[in-house]
Design a protein around this ligand. Structure first.
Ligand SMILES: Cc1cc2nc3c(=O)[nH]c(=O)nc-3n(C[C@H](O)[C@H](O)[C@H](O)COP(=O)(O)O)c2cc1C
Length: 219
């Protein structure tokens, strides 16, 4: 697959600036896999990365022509599953697939219809507790969520989905004392300008971090 050989170093970042217009200002967000319920009771799975969270609310940016948004309009429950760096190829196996039949015209040259996305990706389902769609077993961090509001985007091609997290499942290996995620153990897959990355090295922490070494040492 699209591997990097790491032969080149970072570019000179201090020199001349250019005014550019990238196709998408996709600076870098975690990849997540959204599982939703199809009308026949099966589950759909789609990779996405347009995401932010505040409190227990997630805001997802989802394309209007996908099966995922279609499912959420009818059955407003989902799971949001976060793969790690080691899962990037499974994510990429989903990149050209849609469960929408027929494939929307705008995607016809880049996508093919696939109803069995879990199998196509080599991923497995795990039953959820509070919502109908399953979780992705391979993901160390999984949210069960319910849609609370959908707002049309400024342009017709996306919808803002506000979903409340109703249950969090975390692999024991990434949980720190006090119900916190251990940021040193948890390594989300990052998507930046259409390339996949690991998180990279830790640089520091904010002063209120509950998992900072000074706090745990003082306990
Ligand atoms: C890494 C990655 C990130 C993506 N991010 C988004 C996103 O944030 N929102 C979105 O709607 N689609 C995103 N897509 C594209 C969807 O996965 C694609 O539209 C797919 O058709 C959705 O499947 P569905 O039609 O079965 O719902 C992304 C794809 C990849 C591979």
């Amino acid at each position: 697959m699209n591997r990097v050989d790491h032969a080149t170093g970072p570019a000179d970042l201090a020199g001349e600036r250019r005014v550019i217009r990238p196709k998408i200002p996709y600076v870098g967000t975690p990849v997540f896999l959204v599982a939703t319920g199809n009308s026949d009771g099966s589950a759909n799975l789609a990779p996405a990365s347009s995401y932010w969270a505040l409190g227990q609310m997630l805001v997802l940016g989802l394309e209007t022509d996908g099966q995922t948004i279609e499912n959420l309009r009818e059955r407003p429950e989902l799971t949001v599953n976060f793969p790690s760096g080691s899962h990037w190829e499974a994510v990429e196996r989903l990149a050209a697939l849609t469960a929408r039949d027929p494939v929307p015209p705008a995607k016809a040259d880049r996508y093919r219809f696939e109803p069995e996305k879990f199998a196509a990706a080599g991923l497995h389902t795990e039953a959820s507790d509070l919502v109908a769609p399953p979780r992705v077993r391979e993901c160390a961090l999984q949210f069960e969520a319910k849609v609370r509001r959908m707002t049309p985007g400024w342009s017709d091609d996306y919808v803002l989905v506000e979903a409340e997290v109703v249950r969090v499942h975390a692999a024991a290996g990434i949980v720190a004392e006090g119900d916190h995620i251990d940021p040193r153990a948890w390594q989300p897959l990052i998507y930046s300008f259409k390339h996949y990355f690991d998180l990279g090295e830790e640089l520091g922490w904010t002063r209120s971090s509950p998992t900072a070494p000074a706090v745990s040492d003082a306990r």
